[in-house]
Ligand binder design. Structure first.
Ligand SMILES: NC(=O)c1ccc[n+]([C@@H]2O[C@H](COP(=O)([O-])OP(=O)(O)OC[C@H]3O[C@@H](n4cnc5c(N)ncnc54)[C@H](O)[C@@H]3O)[C@@H](O)[C@H]2O)c1
Ligand SMILES: O=C/C=C/C=C(\O)C(=O)O
Length: 486
């Protein structure tokens, strides 16, 4: 069984609580990992280590040297690529190819890109007039915020954690990471990477545990933590915001979604089917940017539903490296039960179940895993819980629409506002729609195509703030203005 400990001041430690908890494999629910559970003492130790790092070599390190170190981190992740793929696969049960092509390469990229950003992005300068005619010069300098609490979820653990750790370190901060209790592996491996490339002790710390009254809450409440960056559910964000109010600490939140896919009759049909399929079912639907509401222009509605059904019925469930398998389980029994409860609710609410709606037949070995069928519904009103609430599973509801104005208003009728994906060959319409849909990210004829220099984040209850490129610098540094009278 894998043993996962905290990583504090450059050392792996079980801490002092004496408590450990178990992680079960999503594939069959056998216990695969024992994880140290952190308490206040571990969070105190991690904060002290991070403060020491800021006061020491790390705090004084020239940017160029820090940038080289982040490149070395990225290279070491790439060198240990197979270990990262294996570690993340064990935690999530998702197919190897998703780790190999999306999640782990993005982890390395998250360090490289922000190393480049910090090296290349200037600060502002303003010359001003003064009554004596001599003028004054203003310029900005960026300083790190200090100690950043990073609270991350289980659905793309390494990608999402490094999406915050990369820029935080590029900006010269120290971090305390609390990975999801479901997915501790890659955060621990990253500790080994930090030591291997000589990142000073205490710059990167990991405390494992849960949220409320555990490591998560203690990090967000700790007065020695200067800012908190969080990805996860909207209601967790609410709790963290309350904790951050104490000491008026800054927050950056990436939260839930109930994202709309919009398909016009003039789209490239095959590309749209594939794109919507990916957006609804990648990672077994456990993607915040995923599409759980799909609106299809009426002339192609029936054909589109039939094509999506065929794709959904062609998935092959199995272990991450099984030959021919391309579809994994949900993260936990609890999450499986939640998703299945929505499957039951859809039927109660009067949905037509186009495909799925239950648990697939699995071999005896895997029957205990968290498997659910990709599921497609039609026929529900927009008021149905299944159409309004984030399910975070492999499912979507399809509804026909007749006009651009109608579909904009359907897409916007939600408390969330993370992303949308629009499929059309009419580019004027695509641009018009992009400006009218209340989301942080609009993809046109694509989905989850990521340029890490762009602003990423959600509107409404999907988030606070933007990260990515210079936007990450805005959160992970403070700009000080220097005014010089000439
Ligand atoms: N917008 C985005 O970029 C984005 C990306 C990925 C996932 N998500 C969202 O994440 C959710 C799925 O992830 P999850 O189930 O792990 O989310 P979650 O909110 O349950 O947990 C996220 C993290 O917060 C911690 N936590 C829970 N309660 C806490 C508290 N009171 N104080 C401090 N920490 C606490 C958890 O232990 C975990 O590490 C979905 O809602 C999904 O939409 C959003
Ligand atoms: O499941 C959510 C995926 C989020 C993706 C990002 O945060 C990203 O690509 O930076």
């Amino acid at each position: 069984m894998r043993q996962i400990d905290h990583f504090i001041a450059g050392e792996f430690t079980a801490g002092t609580t004496g408590k450990r908890f178990e992680k079960r494999s999503p594939l069959d629910n056998t216990v695969i990992t024992s994880i140290a559970e952190g308490g206040k003492a571990e969070v105190d130790a991690a904060v002290a280590a991070a403060r020491n790092a800021m006061d020491g070599e790390w705090g004084r390190m020239p940017t160029a040297q820090r940038v080289d170190m982040l490149y070395a981190v990225a290279d070491e992740i790439t060198r240990r690529f197979d270990d990262f793929v294996q570690a993340e696969m064990e935690d999530t049960g998702q197919p190897a190819h998703v780790m190999e092509h999306v999640f782990i390469p993005r982890g390395a990229a998250n360090f490289k890109v922000f190393a480049d950003v910090i090296k290349n992005v200037p600060t502002e300068t303003f010359q001003m007039d003064t009554p004596d005619g001599e003028g004054a010069l203003n310029y900005g300098i960026r300083v790190p915020k200090g100690v950043i609490g990073v609270i991350s979820p289980w659905n793309a653990p390494f990608l999402l954690m490094t999406w915050k750790v990369g820029p935080a370190l590029a900006c010269g901060n120290a971090v305390i990471v609390k990975p999801s209790e479901e997915t501790p592996n890659t955060a621990a491996l990253l500790g080994e990477v930090m030591n291997a490339v000589g990142v000073p002790k205490g710059v990167y710390n990991v405390v494992n545990g849960f949220g409320p009254q555990s490591a998560g809450e203690y990090i967000t409440r700790h007065p020695g933590v200067d800012a908190i960056t969080f990805t996860g559910e909207t209601r967790t964000g609410t709790a963290i915001m309350k904790a951050a109010a104490e000491g008026t600490r800054d927050v950056s939140f990436e939260m839930g979604g109930k994202n709309a896919g919009i398909v016009f009759a003039d789209c490239d049909f095959d590309a749209a089917v594939k794109g919507i399929f990916r957006s609804a079912f990648l990672n077994s639907g456990q993607v915040c940017l995923g599409t759980e509401r799909v609106y299809v222009e009426r002339p192609i509605f029936d054909r589109f539903v039939a094509a999506l059904k065929e794709m959904a019925e062609s998935v092959r469930f199995g272990r991450p490296r099984d030959a021919g398998a391309d579809y994994g389980p949900l993260i936990s029994k609890e999450h499986q039960q939640k998703v299945l409860s929505y499957y039951a609710k859809a039927v109660e609410e009067g949905a037509t179940v186009v495909t799925g709606g239950g648990v697939p037949d699995m071999s005896a070995e895997l029957a205990g895993g968290n498997w659910v069928q990709p599921t497609i519904w039609t026929g529900l009103p927009e008021t149905a819980a299944v159409v309004r609430e984030e399910i975070f599973g492999p499912c979507c509801h399809l509804r026909p629409f007749d006009s651009e104005a109608e579909v904009v208003s359907l897409a916007n009728d939600t408390d969330y506002g993370l992303s949308t994906t629009i499929w059309t060959t009419n580019l004027a319409r695509a641009h018009r729609m992009a400006a009218r849909i209340d989301v942080g990210i609009t993809w046109i004829n694509s989905w989850f195509l990521r340029d890490l220099r762009t602003a990423f984040g959600g509107s409404k209850q999907s988030g606070i703030g933007r990260e990515g490129g210079v936007h990450s610098l805005e959160f992970y540094t403070e700009t000080r203005n220097v005014c010089i009278k000439l």
